[in-house]
Ligand binder design. Structure first.
Ligand code: ADP
Length: 199
C-alpha cells in the first residue's frame, strides 16, 4: 500500500469499541424453516424479550428486505442467491456494530445457508431450524400460500414443489407445534444469552 494512503478503517471505531459501548456482543441469529413454521413470529417475540433484558436487536425479514434493498430481485435461482448474499452482508454490518441481529428467511438449501455463514463468519452465526412439520405449516397457512401452491399457482414453493434441505447440525432446532411463540423465544433467549452477554 502507498505510504500516504491512510486506510479509514484504522480511524473507525472497532467492533470491540461498539460492543463495549453497548455492553453486549453482536450475533446473527439465522432462522431457517418452511413458510409458516414460525420464524418471524418467534423473531418478534425474541426481540421483545431482548429489549426487555436491555439488549439492542434488529430483525431482518422479507418485508423490510424484499420491499427495500432487494426490491429489484425476482425468484430465479440466481436472484434467490443474491437475495441471501445481500441479507448476509447487511447482517454482518449489524453484527459488527454489536447488535443482536435476527434474520428470518426460508433459506431452504444448505448452499444458501453456507453462503450466509461464510459471509457472517461461523463464530457469529447461530443457526435456528424452526422444524415445524409441513402438515402443521399447511394447516396454519398464514398467508394462503400453501393453498395457492397446491393449485399450482406458485412455482418452486418450498415444501410442495421445491425441496427444503434440513440443516444437519443447527445451533438450535425447535418444533413449534403445540407450543407458544413466547416459550420458543424464551428457550432461544436462554441459549444465546451466554454468547451475547458482555463480560
Ligand atoms: P414464517 O415466518 O416461518 O413464515 P410466521 O411466523 O409468519 O412463519 O407464521 C407462523 C404462524 O404460526 C403464525 O400465525 C403464528 O401465530 C403461528 N404459531 C403458532 N404457534 C407458534 C409458535 N410456537 N411459534 C411461532 N409461531 C407459532
Amino acid at each position: 500500500m502507498e505510504k500516504n494512503i491512510h486506510p479509514i478503517f484504522e480511524r473507525m471505531q472497532s467492533r470491540a469499541d461498539k460492543e463495549r459501548q453497548l455492553r453486549q456482543r453482536g450475533l446473527a441469529v439465522w432462522f431457517t424453516g418452511l413458510s409458516g413454521s414460525g420464524k418471524s413470529t418467534i423473531a418478534v417475540e425474541l426481540e421483545r424479550k431482548l429489549a426487555k433484558e436491555g439488549y439492542l436487536c434488529r430483525i431482518l425479514d422479507g418485508d423490510n428486505i424484499r420491499h427495500g434493498i432487494n426490491a429489484d430481485l425476482g425468484f430465479s435461482e440466481e436472484a434467490r442467491r443474491e437475495n441471501i448474499r445481500r441479507i448476509a452482508e447487511i447482517c454482518k454490518l449489524f453484527v459488527d456494530t454489536g447488535i443482536v441481529t435476527l434474520a428470518a428467511f426460508v433459506s431452504p438449501t444448505r448452499e444458501l445457508r453456507e453462503l450466509a455463514r461464510g459471509i457472517i463468519g461461523g463464530g457469529d452465526f447461530f443457526e435456528v431450524h424452526v422444524a415445524t412439520p409441513i402438515e402443521e405449516c399447511e394447516r396454519r397457512d398464514v398467508k394462503g400460500l400453501y393453498a395457492k401452491a397446491r393449485r399450482g399457482e406458485i412455482p418452486d414453493f418450498t415444501g410442495i414443489s421445491a425441496p427444503f434441505e434440513e440443516p444437519e447440525s443447527p445451533s438450535s432446532r425447535m418444533d413449534t407445534t403445540g407450543r407458544t411463540a413466547e416459550a420458543c423465544a424464551e428457550e432461544l433467549f436462554q441459549q444465546i444469552k451466554p454468547i451475547i452477554t458482555y463480560q
